[in-house]
Each structure stands twice: as structure tokens, then as C-alpha cells.
Design a protein around this ligand. Sequence first.
Ligand SMILES: C[S@@+](CC[C@H](N)C(=O)[O-])C[C@H]1O[C@@H](n2cnc3c(N)ncnc32)[C@H](O)[C@@H]1O
Length: 274
Amino acid sequence: MSVTGRSGALPPSRPTSDGVRRVRLIGVGPGDPDQVTLEAVRAMREVDFFVVSDKSGAGADDPLVAARERLLQRHLDGPARVVRVDDPVRERRPDRTSTDAEYAEVVASWHEARAAAFEQALLGNDGDAGFLVWGDPAFYDSTIRVVEQVRDRGRVPLAIEVVPGISSIQLLAARHAIVLHEVGRAMHVTTGRRLREAVESGQDNVVVMLNRDLALEGLDDWWIWWGADLGTPHEELVAGRLGDVRADIDAARDRAKAAAGWVMDVFLLRKVAP
Ligand SMILES: C[S@@+](CC[C@H](N)C(=O)[O-])C[C@H]1O[C@@H](n2cnc3c(N)ncnc32)[C@H](O)[C@@H]1O
């Protein structure tokens, strides 16, 4: 696999002389248009069109599509060319995704369907494409992998560039004014699905994303720093001994969901000395 250099390594014009299309995966932070880097703004201004996945099929009513459009309005001088792609429906029924093998298979076929949809969007539109990636593209986001699949399918020669963004993990730490790990110690980042196995394997300082519920039995004495819809007007923060703040978190999650129509939460759990 070839690796492109810094963004300056590719000419800003398109397509390149060898017909390679430039695709920019732009990290846009976790929701606040102020938390977008200058490099990301420059990239947004340079691309010819944006490919935006519409997860719910709800079009303008999808709150995350609307959030991305607000970002573009804020940072571009004129209207953006947005190519919407219906996100292929992903199997989410717990009984179909309970084992690791089932989960991996479901995700692989979803990625394949997404790659086909992105390929169509690229074939149907000329110029440099931009993908607005929530938070930072390196954390629990498959846009890099899916666009690599498009490249590997071979119908659209692509040069992929990634622009980093502020992750929800960083914003969580900033809002609580904490360091995510203790001095010289490790930090484990995982999903809600894998939290239990992380704790059982001895992890005692765990950042959790993609959380489905707060089924955290047995951890009442651990400390939690929790945040939902960070960077939005409906942001919620709770911190404390888990056993003491569990009900506060449930209530805060309900408030965020009612106010914003969606809720995404991220948290740090730490085992503290009694
Ligand atoms: C698909 S992952 C994308 C993560 C993203 N790439 C990042 O760097 O934050 C979505 C998860 O990120 C976390 N997340 C993203 N945005 C958030 C926000 N504004 N507030 C709280 N958590 C957020 C939640 O754990 C959510 O389930």
C-alpha cells in the first residue's frame, strides 16, 4: 500500500494527471463548530463536494446530518455541494450480533455496502471529495476503512488524505478538567460492548465509547466522569462515585435525548483506592 505525504504533497487541483481522485477525510470534532481545526476548515474549503451519509434515511431531519450542514454553513463562504448517500441498513438485533463472529460479519457486510454507495457517489460527481468525519477519524469510525475499500475495488483510483479532528474523548477530558490516565499509567479505550471483558482482564482505567446502556453492575465504587452530547447546547456532564451518580446519569441522558433528539455519551471509569 502506498502512503501519501503531508497534504501539500498532492496538488490542490483535480483530477491529478494520472486520473487519481483526491478524497479528504476531515475530522470535524464532536459537535461544536468552534472545535474544528484551521486545517479542517482549509480542507473543507478546498473540496468540490461533500459525501454525507444519511444514517436514518430521514434526510434533513437526521440530527447528525443537520449538524454537519451547520458546520459547513459556518465555515464556508458559499453553499456547499452535498451529495447524500443513504447509509445501508445495518443489522442491529442483539440476537444476530451476540457473538464476535456474528458482529464481525455484520460489520463487514455493512462496510461493503457502504463502499459500494460511496463508489457510486464518487463516480457520479467530479472533483475532490470530502467526507466530514465526526470527532477524529482514528477513533471508532470506519470511514478510513470504507474509503480504502472503495480504492481497492479499483473502479475509482483514489488518493486518501486524513485531517485529524478533536475527539469526543478529548472533549470529555477537557470538560471535566481531568487527565485521562494517572501519572505514567495506561489508559484503555474500548466500547460499551467490551467493557465487561476489559474490567475482568484487570483494566482499571477505561474510556468507553459506543455505549448502549449503563449496565455496570459491580462497579459502584469506581469513579465515573461521564458526558453526553458534548459540544452541543444540550451537553450533559456528571462525575462521581458510580453508585452515587447512576440515577443522575440516567436522568441526564433522558434530558439530552429529549432536547436534542439524539444522545451520544462517552465516559472514563476508574477504580479508585478505597
Ligand atoms: C462512531 S463513534 C465516533 C467517535 C468519533 N470518531 C470521536 O473521535 O469522538 C461514536 C461514539 O463517540 C462518542 N461521541 C461522539 N460524539 C460525542 C459527543 N458529542 N458527546 C459524547 N460522546 C460522543 C460516543 O461514545 C459515541 O457512541
